[in-house]
Design a protein around this ligand. Sequence first.
Ligand code: TGC
Ligand code: FAD
Length: 392
Amino acid sequence: MKPDLFEAPDYYNLDDLLSEEHKLVRDAARQWVKRDISPIIEEYAQKAEFPKQIIEGLAEIGAFGPYIPEQYGGAGLDQISYGLIMQEIERGDSGVRSTASVQSSLVMYPIFAYGTEEQRKKYLPKLATGEWMGCFGLTEPNHGSNPSGMETKYKDMGDHYLLNGAKLWISNSPFADVAVVWAKNEEGRIHGLIVERGMEGFSTPETHNKWSLRASATGELIFDNVKVPKENLLPNKTGLGAPLGCLDSARYGIAWGAIGAAMDCYDTALRYAKERIQFGKPIAATQLQQKKLAEMITEITKAQLLAFRLGQLKNEGRATTAQISMAKRNNVDMAINIAREARQVLGGMGITGEYSIMRHMMNLESVITYEGTHDIHLLITGADITGHPAFK
Ligand code: TGC
Ligand code: FAD
């Protein structure tokens, strides 16, 4: 892969709106991606392997629990810093951002928000350092966009719960030490349970043959009469709203992350267009390539403003699920379109692993599907503005 010459576009001087802390956090993540991700990520994506050696670095830049209070090992940062970290990591690779999103928003957040003090103390510090890695089990073979129909269930056996069922498409599952699993009790009410690797009857087979997110490990969670200790139930929130609350936080991070992937594609295409000579002049001097590049920077700038304002609302505790859906949907769509256009700017070179664009494009095919598909987020906006949910 070519050396990482990335220069972040900031067309509307958004840096002026950031605090010194935001910039410090962002720049530390940016440097780490240049040093520890860019040189290795293509090789790991090609061989479809998660680079486990990056876990320590992710913890050091505050990517595990950026907004979790420091008393539990988190970085205690605000929501804009969290977004900026996700942006920088996804500039390197969406699969690496996935690992951080899952650990922070889908594992640490539910333990912090819905768990007991004992659970927080037991799990959060180890998850913050990456000593333990986590995964989040909501999706099932028969229930993806419609998780309320989940079939995974548990029974109260007096001194423990007995868990049965299966989850599919679970990021980090093949190596996770703990899984936050959503299952129904005997009354059909959804609860979160912390399942630990090594519990009898619990297995995590890996899903192979992915063309997307190849540097992220994806797998199943199988529960065959797993005895879960009663103290592993998350007691403080039940119902579908509990996992959906975690998704609000992860989707917010993706709205920022997608900007990173788009910035990388734009920056690569701009540099290439200035250097590539055809018909005796740089292709950047042709109107058609300028149209592509000008539209890319316009869309990136709009997405940055959307994410920044959403971050302010989130800091104030005012961001709604529907506002988050709009930003996730818009920014991922923006990024995938930019990846497709940027790939064309590079001509044949665009399909090779010498450049990051094709890997971003393939990754974004997962990002546009997970954490709620492009269609589902449109329906969330539709339901919000009309008052008529059209899912069913
Ligand atoms: P609905 O009737 O709308 O809601 C059920 C209950 O939940 C409440 N609620 C929320 N509570 C807190 N936060 C939110 N964001 C909430 N949204 C809804 C709601 O008030 C209600 O409460 P109650 O007390 O009345 O029961 O539910 P629905 O069944 O009609 O579904 C709505 C829909 C389709 C929007 C929802 O199911 C949905 O978002 N589906 C998409 C599923 C999804 O996003 N799955 C993601 C799986 S995890 C993943 O992909 C990780 S990838 C990680 C990575 O690698 O980065
Ligand atoms: P389906 O729900 O079957 O949807 C298929 C198509 O139908 C989509 O185009 C969808 O938009 C459309 N559709 C569905 N319902 C409607 C409707 N009402 N109206 C119109 N169109 C509709 N899940 C986890 O729980 N944890 C994870 O860590 C995780 N990681 C993932 C990692 C990867 C790489 C991938 C690909 C997925 C991951 N997921 C995870 C699962 C992801 O959240 C689901 O794939 C997603 O929610 C969609 O579910 P589905 O694939 O079953 O598609």
